[in-house]
Design a protein around this ligand. Structure first.
Ligand SMILES: Cc1cc2nc3c(=O)[nH]c(=O)nc-3n(C[C@H](O)[C@H](O)[C@H](O)COP(=O)(O)OP(=O)(O)OC[C@H]3O[C@@H](n4cnc5c(N)ncnc54)[C@H](O)[C@@H]3O)c2cc1C
Length: 354
């Protein structure tokens, strides 16, 4: 999705763009296994790319959804403190978000949270009105259609196996048994970005950050959702906490959790349901454990074991010295929300001024 967003941006600037995709279709990687939440941009470290691009991406994504008829809902989210000891953390999130330019948050007492969400147990809550949900598959289809309208070409079933320098500032890409020439190569291969970078001739290994895979599992909740908005606990180390997300069909799921893995693994361990239940019960005492069932899992391409320390990383020629080459690493959450802002920034600040 991030590669496609950038491809649309570059094609709309009149550049001839080819997207090489190893899978049968675009958007079947990380982009197919996430919460589908349009984040407001309230948690990320000050000055980080995530902080800068999420808030901007939020507005761009809503505008794109409206323009290209991608289904979405600005459903809003509550971040809730379930014990008074957590209230300072909520206040800290509010202050942090304001500094990052997200001024739409409001702090409420437990009674106000209960009035909005009677099933939620909370002593206080932060209301984020700009958080929403979208149909991710429809977003990817809309990007593909836009790219095609702009004359872009997407070649599926074509894995990039090597990249190298052809001289005079040109590059070559080996993919699907072909060797293609290019003046700009952007490696936006998600979980495969480090592998593509390692297969790039002339790129020193110190410019390839270590990949930390972080699995997130979800449990679905059968029946009618007890919530009208997204419900998040106060964040935990490494993730946003097991939260409640409603999709556009009105179905509720809980997750994702945070689990370090050595290989992508998309099975959901049924035995986790007890741990999920414990965490959910803190803010939803009416939980019926029988209605929880394993749903799906996604894998985050982090650059550090902890969420707080893992930012998006973009490295271009001024950093690594390979003319025309841009590598994108660590595009985990909020990569969906930030996708259009990341593409805009990358194109206008790094690639097009060349
Ligand atoms: C559990 C989870 C929950 C998340 N929730 C949210 C959320 O609610 N909101 C949000 O904003 N973000 C969320 N994210 C983050 C978001 O999903 C990602 O940031 C985004 O999808 C990353 O897109 P991408 O294009 O970088 O990766 P991908 O979608 O994986 O795209 C990379 C593509 O490269 C292809 N590829 C790989 N290697 C090669 C190769 N050698 N040659 C050719 N093609 C190759 C892959 O097949 C893939 O299609 C979540 C992520 C996870 C894991």
């Amino acid at each position: 999705m991030i590669g496609l967003s950038l491809a649309v941006k570059l094609a709309s600037a009149g550049i001839e763009v080819v997207v090489l995709e190893q899978a049968a279709r675009a958007g079947t990687g990380i982009s197919a296994r996430n919460s589908g939440v349009i984040h407001a941009g309230i948690y990320y470290p000050e000055g980080s790319l995530k902080s800068r691009l999420c808030a901007k991406g939020n507005a761009l994504l809503y505008a794109f959804c409206r323009e290209y008829a991608v289904p979405f809902r600005r459903i809003g989210k509550w971040v809730v403190a379930t014990r008074s000891e957590e209230t300072p953390a909520l206040r800290a999130i509010e202050a942090h978000a304001k500094k990052a330019g997200v001024t739409s948050l409001s702090f409420h007492d437990g009674a106000a949270v209960r009035a909005a969400e009677p099933a939620v147990q909370a002593v206080a809550g932060l209301w984020s009105p700009t958080t929403g949900i979208l149909d991710v598959a429809a977003y990817i289809s809309a990007l593909e259609a836009r790219f095609s309208d702009l004359g872009g070409v997407l070649v599926s079933h074509t894995a990039v196996t090597a990249v190298g320098q052809a001289g005079a500032g040109d590059l070559w890409v080996e993919a699907g048994g072909m060797r293609l020439g290019a003046t700009i190569v952007v490696n936006a291969a998600g979980l495969g970005a480090q592998a593509v970078a390692r297969a790039t001739e002339g790129l020193a290994s110190r410019f390839i950050p270590e990949l930390h895979l972080s699995k997130g599992s979800y449990f679905s909740y059968r029946g009618r959702s007890p919530f009208r908005h997204l419900i998040y606990p106060v964040p935990e180390p490494g993730g946003l906490g097991v939260h409640a997300t409603i999709d556009l069909a009105g179905d509720l799921r809980f997750g994702p959790d945070v689990e370090a893995v050595s290989e992508p693994d998309y099975r959901v361990d049924q035995s986790k349901s007890e741990i999920f239940a414990e965490q959910i019960l803190r803010y939803y005492p009416g939980l019926d454990r029988q209605r929880l069932s394993p749903d799906f899992a996604g894998v985050r391409p982090r650059l550090a074991p902890s969420n707080d320390l893992s930012d998006f990383a973009v490295s271009g020629p001024t950093a690594h010295g390979v003319d025309g080459l841009y590598n994108l690493f660590g595009c985990d959450s909020p990569g969906l929300t930030s996708s259009l802002a990341l593409a805009e920034w990358l194109a206008s600040a790094m690639i097009l001024p060349k």
